[in-house]
Design a protein. Structure first.
Length: 79
């Protein structure tokens, strides 16, 4: 993966973390008996977002090794 792709990849993770934080804030503000459906939808979105973030983060070391870096620290020192 080229540096531009890594920049995009890391930007996506950062953006998704921000989005996940925002969803948690929305969930905290969604109260009341008539908002049960909305709460469940937000909970599903949060779980999906967290799972996707975790999946991408878990793939980082393997992808770096494929690109010739021994570990994440070597990559970070290079850039």
């Amino acid at each position: 993966m080229h540096v531009e792709n890594w920049t995009y990849h890391l930007h996506w993770i950062r953006s998704s973390l921000h989005n996940c934080f925002y969803l948690h804030m929305q969930l905290a503000d969604t109260k009341g008996l008539f908002k049960v459906k909305e709460r469940k939808e937000l909970e599903v979105k949060i779980k999906e977002t967290e799972a996707e973030i975790a999946d991408r983060v878990d793939k980082i070391p393997d992808t770096l090794k494929e690109d010739g870096y021994t570990d994440v620290q070597v990559f970070m020192r290079t850039f």
